[in-house]
Design a protein around this ligand. Structure first.
Ligand SMILES: [Zn+2]
Length: 407
């Protein structure tokens, strides 16, 4: 039985231990708050309570040393496939171990399947799942749905968005196999009605009666995003005749059209990315387009995509910014997510940069060697430690404590 003194002793530490978890000694990179320095991060409940130098360990119930590691906002993957699409994967299987705490499903459900998506995916995951819903009412389930202009209804789509703003952050138009602008124009009309951006992924084959120039300059709005920027089928950012970044791409960026990586299994080509990067044409947002095949051969998770951007000359700090603050901003969720601001939800990645020789593969089966590789070593989602590759949050085993039983 506990004596009064015992009760007092139990109560005493609790009054000093203000925080649940303290990430101590890491290099904090929080672009939204312009922090790029060694700082401690204290978490209380599911919230970032304090970011400061030298927060005492005695103030936390659990201290995790992260010296020599980068502490960043949880990564936000703007282009992910968790529903509808034949290669859809369950977010928790790949996201949290990569430091990705938020995925945005890019066009899986349409207005008619949104509730099913919510029930099967959004409500079952530990990863935060947001969505760009498909302008096709049936969602991304093949050409019978994605080419069905009669079921691309801006008013119905906007209605579902307005009723579900907690999850839906925009609209996706993808894989449209018919000529002309019907799909994209309807998506943009739905975007106008609901006040959200559109992510674009459609083909520019010669019989499509669509061109990159017209799409980027005349049809897309400022704030709309073109994904798959480094492939050669959905958009032609680099001229295939002279290797120059197209004037219309530069002009589109100037007028506010955004360019997203959307790596995927078929949409990252060194042939396009190298000349584009040499001319300074980098993505505004880094995203994976992760699905069941791109995770296998290209391993195009967020750290892999960040590593590739660094191989193309992007600074690590910029890769972090384009994987956290920027995606949050383009979907209107900054500063709710994408920062380590005090009072914000504690979604955190702890990253390291490994030195060595690493092969980075593209969609045409070609590799380039790089000397830096970004890896996620620890993830906190909603204040909980959910991934810990290096066992930093684990106390060391000792013989004395092997069968310690808490009475
Ligand atoms: Zn995709």
């Amino acid at each position: 039985m506990l004596s009064l003194l015992g009760l007092l002793l139990l109560a005493l530490p609790a009054t000093c231990q203000t925080y649940d978890i303290l990430l101590k000694g890491g290099h904090v990179l929080d672009p939204a708050n312009q922090i790029d320095a060694v700082r401690d991060v204290a978490i209380r409940g599911n919230t970032i309570a304090r970011v400061a130098a030298n927060i005492p360990e005695s103030e936390a119930r659990k201290t995790i040393r992260v010296d020599g590691r980068y502490v960043t906002p949880g990564l936000i993957d703007l282009h992910f496939h968790s529903y509808g699409y034949s290669g859809a994967i369950f977010p928790d299987d790949t996201a949290l171990l990569a430091g990705t705490t938020t995925v945005v499903d890019a066009g899986g459900p349409g207005y008619r399947t949104y509730l099913d998506f919510k029930k099967k995916i959004v409500q079952r995951t530990r990863t935060r799942v947001l969505a760009l819903i498909n302008i096709a009412g049936g969602g991304m389930v093949g050409s019978a749905s994605e080419d069905n202009v009669a079921d691309m209804l801006p008013d119905k789509t906007a209605e579902v968005i307005k009723a579900n703003r907690d999850v839906i952050v925009g609209i996706k138009v993808a894989h449209f196999g018919k000529p002309g602008w019907d799909a994209l124009k309807r998506a943009i009309e739905a975007g106008r009605l609901a006040g959200v951006p559109v992510m674009v992924d459609d083909k520019i084959f010669t019989n499509s009666e669509r061109t990159s120039r017209e799409k980027l300059l005349d049809v897309m709005r400022p704030g709309d995003m073109h994904t798959h920027m480094y492939n050669d089928r959905q958009v032609e950012v680099v001229s295939r005749f002279n290797g120059k970044v197209q004037e219309y791409a530069i002009e589109a960026r100037r007028r506010g059209v955004l360019f997203d990586l959307g790596h995927g299994g078929g949409s990252f080509l060194w042939t396009v990315a190298m000349p584009a990067a040499k001319q300074g044409f980098y993505p505004d947002t880094i995203s994976t387009d992760l699905h069941s095949s791109s995770i296998m051969m290209q391993q195009s998770d967020m750290p892999n995509c960040m590593s590739k951007m660094m191989l193309l000359g992007m600074k690590f700090e910029d890769a972090v910014m384009k994987s956290t603050m920027m995606p949050a901003k383009v979907i209107g969720r900054l500063p709710e997510i994408g920062t380590l601001g005090e009072g914000k939800v504690a979604d955190i990645a702890v990253l390291t940069i490994r030195d060595g020789t690493f092969a980075f593969k593209d969609a045409w089966g070609k590799k380039m060697f790089g000397t830096k590789k970004v890896e996620n070593v620890l993830t906190i989602r909603d204040g909980k430690l959910v991934y810990d590759a290096e066992g930093r949050g684990f106390p060391e085993w000792t013989k004395a404590g092997a069968y310690e039983v808490i009475p």
